[in-house]
Ligand binder design. Structure first.
Ligand code: TRH
Length: 415
């Protein structure tokens, strides 16, 4: 048993039974179907996807499964961008019933050492050695999961839930793989998400309010194609902006402030394109948006007809938005990302008619450095892409959502 344990976690969320406590002594005695305590470790490599996925998972485990979650995260500034309530100078705080510890150094485990029932190591980040040693001393070993990055490749199903014994301690780590196909852990999807989207889509008033709030302007004319652009720097962007400028119908471009903003500014001959800016050339009108919290980002996807997304979490959100999307995959050395792009296309695009499938692949490839994007070609197949987006959302939902799949697996191990 670990030497010192603290009972000092903030109160459990309302869904959690009140007998829950976080001392290891108490945890070993409490029924496993009580409030499961979970520690989630997240090292931010870059951008927002690492913490974006962890924060979403933590909120779901808390609000939908009644778990008591504590996140260790090493970059509170990145976290604050998508969780504005966070106070970056605090080393420990609670937001939405979730305890957030600033993981200040690799050895840091909080002020006092506590080990949870379920320990999630996100994306292979290394747990503090002292914490692993305490896991091994715990009367009942915690369920130890390594949450991996999302990939649509076929091998993922073979590796999902594979176990790896620790070389020194009597501990076993299980690899939990998100995926787009059967036999994987699926992807995150909140229970309320479809209803929230349906409400947004059904309410002209909500959409008007969104436009006013996000852009400071009224919703555009219904003839306009609304496009959101959340992407990395991209050499193909100028060509696409030119095609949108020359489009026969109006294009309204919504650009969250970030890595592409410089290129947008350059295209419009502006020094910068900060949130609140607007620019116009030909048929193209662009609006720079402030970075919002995660629910705010979903609303942006719903307000658009087509979404350009990137990385991991926005890629998933675009699928739940049930609109056509273009994926700027996170680039890796030696083009290792390209097979992943094709694997996602294989799932997503397979049932499309051959010409539409080829057009989608051409456009996604061009957006990821192979060829030039052809907007007219993409537009030509828009109706097929729209139908496919709706069907795909339903197919993907059949895998179950990742938080639910993970919770179920963890509970089966705690029995
Ligand atoms: O930010 P990303 O590029 O993140 C990542 C990381 O780079 C990571 O290291 C890498 O491994 C991974 O990609 C593949 O893209 P992603 O994953 O889409 O994360 C962005 C998050 O930001 C997502 O949770 C949505 C959120 N977001 C908001 O909350 N508000 C916003 O206004 C916007 C634009 C995004």
């Amino acid at each position: 048993m670990p030497a010192t344990m603290s009972p000092a976690r903030p109160p459990a969320p309302s869904a959690a039974p009140s007998q829950a406590t976080h001392s290891v002594t108490a945890l070993t005695q409490m029924p496993v179907y009580g409030a499961i305590a979970c520690d989630l470790f997240c090292a931010v490599i870059d951008n927002f996807g690492d913490i974006g996925v962890c924060w979403r998972l933590a909120r779901q485990l808390t609000s939908e499964h009644g778990w008591q979650v504590r996140i260790f995260v090493d970059d509170l500034h990145a976290f604050k961008k998508l969780c504005p309530a966070l106070e970056v100078e605090r080393s420990r705080q609670a937001v939405s019933g979730i305890v957030i510890e600033h993981w200040r150094e690799p050895a840091h485990v909080g002020d006092t050492l506590e080990v949870a029932d379920v320990v999630i190591e996100a994306f292979g980040c290394e747990l503090p050695h002292v914490y692993v040693a305490a896991m091994a001393r715990r009367e009942r070993a915690p369920v130890w999961l390594n949450l991996e990055y999302l990939s649509a490749e076929d091998w993922v199903a073979d590796f999902h839930l594979r176990q790896s014994p620790h070389p020194r301690y009597p501990l076993t780590k299980t690899f939990f793989f998100p995926g787009l196909g059967a036999g994987t852990g699926g992807v995150l999807k909140e229970r309320h998400l479809d209803a929230a989207r349906a409400a947004f889509e059904a309410s002209q008033q909500m959409r008007e309010a969104w436009w006013r709030h996000a852009t400071g302007q009224p919703a555009p004319h219904p003839d306009a194609t609304v496009i959101s652009l959340f992407v990395y720097e991209n050499p193909a962007v100028d060509s696409l902006l030119e095609q949108w400028r020359d489009s026969p119908t109006p294009i309204e471009l919504l650009v969250p402030e970030g890595r592409i903003s410089g290129a947008i500014a350059h295209f419009f001959g502006l020094p910068a394109f900060p949130a609140g800016s607007h620019a116009e050339r030909g048929s193209l009108r662009a609006h720079a948006l402030a970075f919002t919290d995660q629910p705010g980002y979903d609303a942006l996807l719903w307000a658009s007809h087509l979404n350009f997304v990137r990385g991991e979490d926005s890629f998933v959100r675009a699928q739940w938005a049930a609109r056509p999307f273009v994926w700027h995959i996170y680039p890796q050395a030696d083009d290792a990302h390209l097979p992943k792009l094709d694997a996602a296309l294989a799932h997503y695009a397979a049932p499309l008619p051959a010409a539409a499938r080829a057009a989608l692949a051409r456009f996604w490839h061009a957006w990821n450095g192979v060829g030039q994007p052809d907007w007219a070609d993409f537009q030509h197949h828009r109706a097929a892409f729209e139908q496919r987006a709706v069907d795909w959302g339903q197919e993907l939902a059949a895998l179950g959502d990742l938080a639910g799949n993970l919770a179920e697996f963890a509970k089966s191990q705690l029995k």
